[in-house]
Design a binder for this molecule. Structure first.
Ligand code: CP
Ligand code: NVA
Length: 327
C-alpha cells in the first residue's frame, strides 16, 4: 500500500482497503509506542497545524504524533495568522507548502480544506470541517475493533445531529467498511439526501446498510455501538440551543436507549461532551433551560459501556498513521 503524497480530506476519497490499512498501521504504531520502540520515521520534517476552530484532542494528537515521528510542528491558532483575513487560502497553501512537509487544517467549509489541498505541494490533512471529521473515524474504527473484535457487520446507531461532520463521517465510514449505520433522530437532522444516496451505493458494495429512523426503540434495536455528539457544533450561533434542546432531547443517549441494544453494546462520543455541570457552557445551559446533562447522561458516560477515553487516545495513534503513511 503506497499512500505517499496523498491528501487526507474525507473518507469518500479512500478505498476500504486503504482505510483498513491506516487503521492497522495505527495499531502497529500504538504497539510500538507502548513498548517504547522509537519510530521517528520522518525525522527532520516539519508540519503546520492550522486551527480556525479550537481543539484539545486533534491538536494534541497532531503534536504528539509529529514529535514521535521525529518532526517539528507549528501551531497556528484561530487568530494568530493571516489566513482568510489578509491572505487567501490559495496563497497560504503556496506559502506553507514551501516550508513544511505536511499541513493540517481545522475549520469551516469542506471547500476550504479542498482548496488548500489544491494549491499545496505537500499533503493536507482534514482535522475537522463542518461536513467531515475523517481522522476521528480512524480512531473510532480502531476503538470498535479493539473493543468488539471486528468491524464488518457492526450495527452503529448515531443519535443527535446526524447532518453535521460526525453523522456524515460515521455514515461514510460505515458504508466503506460494511457496517450497518442507523441515524436515529428527528427527520430534520437526517444527513443530506445526496450523501445518503451515495453512501447507500457504497454500502451495497461492501455489505453494509444505511437506515434513517425517528423511532428510538427501532433505531437502537440490536445496536453494537450507540454514538452521539454535541447538539450544537463549533461555529454555530448561540440562538440554536433552544430548538436543538427541544428537538434532540428525545434522542439523548440514556440508559433507556440501551434497553434494545445488544448486551455487549458500547457507548461512543468524539468528545467534548456535555454530561454534567462541570463546564461553563453546561452551567449556562442549566441556567437558561434547566438541563443538567445534554446529549448523553452522566450515568451512561461514566458507565462500563463507555469507551470515550479509549477513542480519544486512539486519535493520536491514528493521526500518526495518517502522517506516517502520506509523508
Ligand atoms: N474529537 C475532537 O475532535 O476533539 P477536539 O475538538 O478536542 O479536537
Ligand atoms: N460536531 C462537533 C464535533 C467536535 C469534535 C463540532 O463540530 O463541534
Amino acid at each position: 500500500m503506497n499512500l505517499k503524497g496523498r491528501d487526507f480530506l474525507k473518507l469518500l476519497d479512500y478505498t476500504p482497503e486503504e482505510i483498513e490499512y491506516l487503521v492497522d498501521l495505527a495499531a502497529e504504531l500504538k504497539d510500538k509506542k507502548k513498548r517504547g520502540i522509537v519510530h521517528d520515521l520522518h525525522k527532520g520534517k516539519n508540519v503546520a497545524l492550522i486551527f480556525e476552530k479550537t481543539s484539545t484532542r486533534t491538536r494534541c494528537s497532531f503534536e504528539v504524533a509529529a514529535h514521535d515521528l521525529g518532526m517539528g510542528t507549528t501551531y497556528l491558532d484561530p487568530s494568530g495568522s493571516q489566513i482568510g483575513k489578509k491572505e487567501s487560502i490559495a496563497d497560504t497553501a503556496r506559502v506553507l507548502s514551501s516550508m513544511y512537509d505536511g499541513i493540517e487544517y481545522r475549520g469551516y467549509g469542506q471547500e476550504i480544506v479542498e482548496e488548500l489541498a489544491k494549491y499545496s505541494k505537500v499533503p493536507v490533512w482534514n482535522g475537522l470541517t463542518n461536513e467531515f471529521h475523517p481522522t476521528q473515524m480512524l480512531a473510532d474504527v480502531l476503538t470498535i475493533k479493539e473493543k468488539l473484535g471486528h468491524i464488518k457487520g457492526i450495527r452503529l446507531t448515531y443519535m443527535g445531529d446526524a447532518r453535521y461532520n460526525m453523522g456524515n463521517s460515521l455514515m461514510v465510514v460505515s458504508a466503506k467498511l460494511g457496517m450497518h449505520f442507523v441515524a436515529c433522530t428527528s427527520e430534520k437532522y437526517f444527513p443530506e439526501e445526496e450523501l445518503v444516496k451515495k453512501c447507500r451505493e457504497i454500502a451495497a458494495e461492501n455489505g453494509g446498510s444505511i437506515t434513517l429512523t425517528t423511532d428510538v426503540k427501532e433505531g437502537t434495536r440490536d445496536a453494537d455501538v450507540i454514538y452521539t455528539d454535541v447538539w450544537v457544533s463549533m461555529g454555530e450561533p448561540d440562538e440554536v440551543w433552544e430548538e436543538r434542546i427541544k428537538e434532540l432531547s428525545p434522542y439523548q443517549v440514556n440508559s433507556a436507549a440501551f434497553e434494545n441494544a445488544k448486551d455487549t453494546a458500547i457507548f461512543m462520543h468524539c468528545l467534548p461532551a456535555f454530561h454534567d455541570l462541570n463546564t461553563t457552557i453546561g452551567r449556562q445551559i442549566k441556567e437558561r433551560f434547566g438541563l443538567s446533562e445534554m446529549e448523553v447522561t452522566d450515568e451512561v458516560f461514566e458507565s462500563s459501556r463507555s469507551v470515550v477515553f479509549d477513542e480519544s487516545e486512539n486519535r493520536m495513534h491514528t493521526i500518526k498513521a495518517v502522517m506516517a503513511a502520506t509523508l
